[in-house]
Ligand binder design. Structure first.
Ligand SMILES: CSC[C@H]1O[C@@H](n2cnc3c(O)ncnc32)[C@H](O)[C@@H]1O
Ligand SMILES: [Zn+2]
Length: 438
């Protein structure tokens, strides 16, 4: 008999690895923040005495969802500039608003609002790209949420830094201060091929090799981006990145709506990762990522929401559903991107893209106990023939009841244990009033 911290019994436990496994009436034993074992509930009492034991009799226990691309502080820009094409949205609305309003307090308040939204939607880990990433890192660490924060770089001066040297110096200092942190990781985050020139990109790749961290970047988001790249450099942006040495297992390329067969083969050959953000791509009419073809070619495809200014929510349940439906429509094949595949994209594939495949993303012995409980007893979820189909095609984030990160109970029966919701609402209202100023 072993004394442990936590025993979670679920009607269904869906570990994601092994693929397509659904365990009925099983439990997850947790100690020191990590998963000790998955076993039938009926056998648990023979092995474990838990300080806390929870029976989630109508729930599916799944790995915490991983939002592989977002800009958390942009929650404060939600709904500010809607119904616009991507480049006009970015250049004429978002970048001017950011220059005027973004500071450390904005990043703190917007970041926490986003983390609250994500936890309530079953997301335990996010990959962020935004100004003042040290503020986001501190807030996530304090809250107990897992994050990979972007060490950003862009060719022009912003509220955060003046030139490439300053972006990189700030980024490296941030990387150093979280070197051994159990929750916070870093990735280089050069904004996009059209906004970062060759010299900083090459430096970033050298540093990423040295530090063994990912390079997170918007790539081939729109046809315009590819056309402009061709005009300016005589080559497509992805070919330029390849020539500069950026296609590698470190690359986390976001969007990738414009890909020909050779480019897909090259992404597979180099072990590059792709983050599919279907709803942001739909809303900005950016194009369609050939996610099913990428998966078939062996590319690791994860899922992201992008920021709340282009989505307009951070909801990976709806993102899974959209990815599955769009995947079928785009490939004219109803068997494309089945439910199990998109659940894997929203969990283990995200972890792998961030270099966290051994730490989180599936319910396996030795991994962190990053767990989401989804209540499938609701009227809208009946009957449950296939729990994974229910999760992807019928369930919503409001059915997430509980969330644990490294064994810590951060969402308890839909209540955030580490955040004051009234304070989050007050802060959002205060920023809304500021941003409405002429
Ligand atoms: C350098 S910090 C990140 C930067 O990215 C901007 N951004 C947000 N969403 C998108 C997108 O879909 N494509 C390109 N850039 C985007 C954000 O506003 C920040 O300025
Ligand atoms: Zn983005």
């Amino acid at each position: 008999m072993q004394d442990i911290d936590l025993l979670l019994h679920g009607r269904w436990v869906i570990p994601v690895e092994p693929d397509e496994q659904v365990l009925e009436h099983h439990c997850i034993a947790v100690n020191d923040g990590r998963i000790l074992a998955l076993l039938p509930s009926a056998r648990a009492a023979q092995h474990y005495r838990a300080e806390t034991e929870l029976h989630l009799d109508h729930h599916a226990l799944i790995p915490g969802l991983i939002n592989a691309h977002t800009h958390t502080p942009m929650n404060l820009l939600r709904g500010l500039a809607d119904d616009l094409p991507m480049m006009e949205w970015l250049h004429e609305h978002i970048w001017p608003a950011e220059q005027r309003w973004v500071n450390e307090e904005f990043v703190h308040d917007g970041g926490l609002l986003a983390m609250a939204e994500m936890l309530r939607g079953g997301i335990t880990c996010f990959n962020d790209m935004y100004f003042f990433p040290e503020v986001t890192a501190r807030a996530a660490a304090h809250l107990g949420m897992r994050a990979c924060v972007g060490l950003i770089a862009i060719d022009f001066p912003t509220v955060y830094a003046g030139d490439a040297d300053e972006y990189l110096a700030k980024g490296l200092a941030l990387h150093d201060s979280y070197r051994n942190d159990p929750l916070i990781r870093t990735a280089f985050a050069p904004h996009a091929p059209y906004s970062v020139s060759d010299a900083p990109l090459q430096r970033i790749q050298t540093l990423a090799d040295e530090l063994d961290i990912p390079v997170h970047m918007h790539v081939h988001e729109t046809a315009d981006e590819v056309g402009q790249g061709l005009q300016q450099n005589g080559e497509r942006p992805l070919a330029r990145l390849d020539r500069l040495g950026l296609l590698s297992p470190a690359l986390v390329g976001v969007h990738m709506t414009q890909l020909d067969d050779d480019e897909i083969a090259r992404l597979a050959e180099t072990g590059s990762h792709v983050v599919h953000c279907p709803e942001s791509n739909l809303k900005l009419a950016s194009g369609f990522c050939p996610a099913a073809r990428l998966v078939a070619a062996g590319v690791n495809v994860a899922l992201g929401t992008d920021g709340a200014a282009s989505n307009n929510d951070l909801d990976l349940f709806s993102e899974m559903r959209t990815a599955a439906l769009l995947g079928k429509a785009v490939s004219n094949d109803a068997t494309a991107l089945p439910a199990h595949t998109v659940l894997r994209m929203a969990t283990l594939n995200g972890a792998r893209a961030l270099g966290l495949g051994a730490e989180t993303g599936s319910l396996e012995t030795g991994k962190w106990a990053d767990i989401t409980a989804v209540d499938l007893a609701t009227l809208e979820s009946q009957p449950v023939y296939h729990p994974v189909s229910q999760l992807v095609y019928a369930a919503g984030r409001h059915q997430v009841s509980d969330v644990w990160v490294a064994g810590r109970h951060l969402l308890k029966d839909r209540v955030l244990t580490g955040l004051d919701s009234d304070e989050l609402l007050d802060n959002a209202a205060r920023w809304q009033a500021h941003l409405a100023e002429p």
